[in-house]
Design a protein around this ligand. Sequence first.
Ligand SMILES: Cc1cc2nc3c(=O)[nH]c(=O)nc-3n(C[C@H](O)[C@H](O)[C@H](O)COP(=O)(O)OP(=O)(O)OC[C@H]3O[C@@H](n4cnc5c(N)ncnc54)[C@H](O)[C@@H]3O)c2cc1C
Length: 470
Amino acid sequence: MDKMTESNHIPYKTEILVIGGGSAGRYAAKAAARKGAQVMLVDPGPFGGLCILKGCMPSKALLRSAHVRHLIVSELPELGLRLSGGQVDLDMNYIVDSKDRMIQDFADDALQGILNNPSITLVEGLFHFTGTHEGLISGRPVTFQKAIIASGTRIRLPHINGLESEDIMTSDDILETRILPKKVVVIGTGPVGLELGQYLHNMGSEVTILNINPEWGHGLDRVISEAYLDALRARGLSIQMGITNEWVDRTPEGPTLHYTHEGIEKSVPFERLLSAIGRIPDTHSLDLEAAGIKTAEKGIIKVLPTLQTTNPDIYAAGDVTGILPVLNVATFQGEMAGENATRKSPLPIPEPPVPIAIFTDPEYARSGLSESEAVFKGHSVVTGRIPFTDLGKAIVYRRTDGWLKIVANESDHKILGAEMFGPGASDLIHVIHVAIALGATLDDYQKILHIHPTFAEIFKYLIDEMTDAI
Ligand SMILES: Cc1cc2nc3c(=O)[nH]c(=O)nc-3n(C[C@H](O)[C@H](O)[C@H](O)COP(=O)(O)OP(=O)(O)OC[C@H]3O[C@@H](n4cnc5c(N)ncnc54)[C@H](O)[C@@H]3O)c2cc1C
């Protein structure tokens, strides 16, 4: 950030102002610059955005140590391997320091990518609107022809009677902590709750994960969703869905969470409670009303298919739109908003299938439409589902917990979507994701040869079964 422009009170003027230097903002700025616009990108710093600094990358760096520790502690014996000489010691200072070094490198690269672009001016500061085409960057006036809001999200905390702020940890805290709490309650079973819950468990904490929703993965395949949670439970996580009546009391030994699960009152003493109930758009300080921008519930900026807000010269991209808070959507929307902001008549953005993953062990992943989404969109569907238990590589690798489901259109057999969990699912899903994105049919896919033995053969096995059955 030291190379950023110093603030003073001479007004700034730019064609396109991008608010937020996270992934969506950087992609927006570069796309608009590529189209020939002069762009100003504003961010308060530290520069990098959520994915690099406090999201995808640091969490995956820590999870790698945790998954390998679990492998050594729990899975070596079934491979005929014994550790002589005892346990695996944790060097938390090394783990956190090496993660920090990687993150710094990613952040430096991201910053260089902006600083090296002659069409982008990076300004350090917090922006808020003062009118439809003007605002202040940490007090300094700025006018713009078009703007793109990519201000991301901030953490949301649960309201539980008796819970005190010192009891709570957020994902930000977990990524930094060098002293792991011994007993942790995680509230929330989204990707962050499951990934960080498993991180803590695999590093030696006792973890209970709770959710008020009765079912995990609403609208997704029940067999796969339940088998996925069972696979996580089999690796030592306590996960309870549909809990009610939570409250906290405390004794000199520490706090205890009380709740009701399936009609039974339960209690779990804890050292820390990890709040993983999601995030809310970071729009509170933008003064959106001054720019004529309306928001929906929780401050979400609703956008048209062109990514325009209720002010047609102002676009929004990334998590702030509340559409799907994942990196690939943020960068895609950023790029599309950047291009649209340079057009006289903005275009509706394409709607490609979106692959998403949860980086637990085993991993969960999906792409395209679930069965219920496909039916809701008016498709008559054929579906197939297969466990990993008969897959050669899964058997020889002793990793048979996994399922795959594929959804296809009944009339033309076009593959519409897939859901799966299993070893390496976050990479494996791309096999079928490419087929979905290119509009392949079951019959097209069935003709493709696969290497044997591989986990990717699971797609071939299932599609063979589905084409035989049609
Ligand atoms: C723990 C965790 C793990 C995750 N793991 C994954 C994963 O594995 N895969 C995945 O796809 N996604 C993951 N995500 C989600 C992913 O990080 C986000 O979807 C993505 O980073 C959102 O990018 P964005 O550009 O919309 O927002 P951000 O990256 O949050 O960028 C917003 C920027 O706007 C700036 N800003 C805010 N207000 C102002 C203002 N008034 N003026 C100027 N600037 C402002 C902020 O400082 C910030 O730099 C994870 C998230 C978390 C929390």
